[in-house]
Design a protein around this ligand. Structure first.
Ligand code: FE2
Length: 377
């Protein structure tokens, strides 16, 4: 392979490659740890069969050359030779500029407002159940928008589980396998009254939070009671653009959330309102004024900066330009990524009836099902 180069550098600790228009370096320890041979990786399930303790300290590259089936690398002192296909190496290059902008989003995620949120997916339940391509497209839309709607459901109690069955499993909590959302005389939670609620993420007092919420409508003849969703990522990015220091303050310090509204339950968490990954990707939003506990992990000198940012974030969330509003009819449901999209309900009157059922589920299962469907097509 005359157009492919492999040069050992740094005393055998680094390999410089040029192939298929790519120039990149790889470390000897990285290559050895990620070797694809059947003694290192199980050929069946792909799981690694060794730990770093199985590898000699100070291992180096003894030889590296391109052959027809890929890069052949021999490690010293093991004397072990393994092969790396060129396309595998190309897919795992790390010696390149990496975007570390605070608050950046993955390519498959799109922040939205009232206008652009109308693109969130809506599908008929029977279609999702019977057509894998339709399910794939709907799940991909949920991954993009953090929000999706379903129509054509039965109006029987428990109908919401059919949505979860499409991709994963219900997450049971102290509220049960599911919860009823309708007016109660002595509610244990404000969600069960006819009051309007500010947009919020559910259960920030859990760690981890429920990552998905499904709400299905069985009856809705009451006045008002529209549902509303707000993209927490879009709200956080708007705060970042308006007030970078305030944004950084809410990312940098943990908030606290608590719930003790039921006998025998004392849930608490200590997590930031805006969570970034260590390299700056926007990971999660936790926002719920009802269950916010006193902020005590913010340095005295930063408390007012944090409060100003918290107030501004709250105002952005309340801005009608950020919200998508819809009224669920019986047989309709919506699903939100509860680590991202806030939901709310307008107030409704006691006349008529409004009966929703909700449950939680796990986003990793949804993303796994989506990835498997995408791999099949
Ligand atoms: Fe809620």
């Amino acid at each position: 392979m005359t157009d492919r180069l492999a040069t050992i550098e740094a005393g055998g600790r680094v390999l410089r490659l040029a192939f298929d228009g790519i120039e990149a370096r790889f470390h000897a320890i990285w290559l050895r740890d990620n070797a694809l041979d059947p003694e290192t990786r199980d050929p069946g399930n792909g799981q690694r069969l060794i730990t770093l303790a199985d590898l000699p300290e100070g291992l180096t590259l003894a030889r590296a050359d391109w052959q027809a089936d890929g890069l052949h690398v021999t490690f010293a002192p093991e004397g072990k030779t393994v092969t790396f296909p060129a396309d595998w190496l190309a897919a795992h290059v790390y010696d390149q500029p990496q975007d570390r902008t605070p608050g950046r989003l993955p390519a498959f995620v799109q922040a939205w407002t009232a206008e652009t949120g109308q693109g969130a997916p809506l599908a008929d339940f029977a279609n999702l159940r019977d057509d894998r391509a339709a399910l794939r497209d709907w799940l991909a839309g949920v991954r993009r928008y953090g929000f999706g709607r379903v129509s054509g459901l039965a109006t029987d109690p428990g109908t919401l589980f059919g949505i979860v069955d499409l991709f994963g499993y219900v997450r049971e909590t102290n509220y049960g396998r599911h919860f009823e959302v309708r007016t109660e005389v002595n509610p244990v939670n404000l969600a069960y009254t006819g009051l309007g609620l500010q947009a919020h993420t559910d259960n920030p007092y859990r760690d981890p939070v429920p990552t998905l919420q499904v709400l299905a409508c069985l009856e809705n003849s009451a006045e008002g009671g529209e549902n509303m969703v707000v993209d927490g990522f879009a709200a956080a990015l708007r705060l970042r653009d308006e007030d970078p220091e305030g944004f950084a303050c809410l990312c940098r310090h943990p908030a606290r959330f608590s719930y003790s509204g039921s006998s025998g339950v004392r849930l608490t968490s200590r997590r930031p309102m805006i969570e970034l990954s260590p390299d700056g990707e926007l990971v999660a939003i936790r926002f719920n004024s009802r269950s916010a506990a006193p902020l005590v992990d913010v340095p005295f000198d930063e408390m007012e900066t944090c409060y100003a940012a918290y107030r501004r974030l709250s105002a952005i969330i309340d801005d009608p330009a950020m919200e998508v509003t819809f009224k669920l009819a019986p047989g309709e449901a919506f699903l939100v990524d509860n680590t991202r999209v806030l939901h709310a309900r307008k107030g409704y009157s006691g006349a008529g009836s409004r009966w929703l059922q909700g449950c939680y589920a796990d986003k990793d299962g949804l993303l796994s099902t989506l990835a498997a469907l995408e791999a099949d097509t």
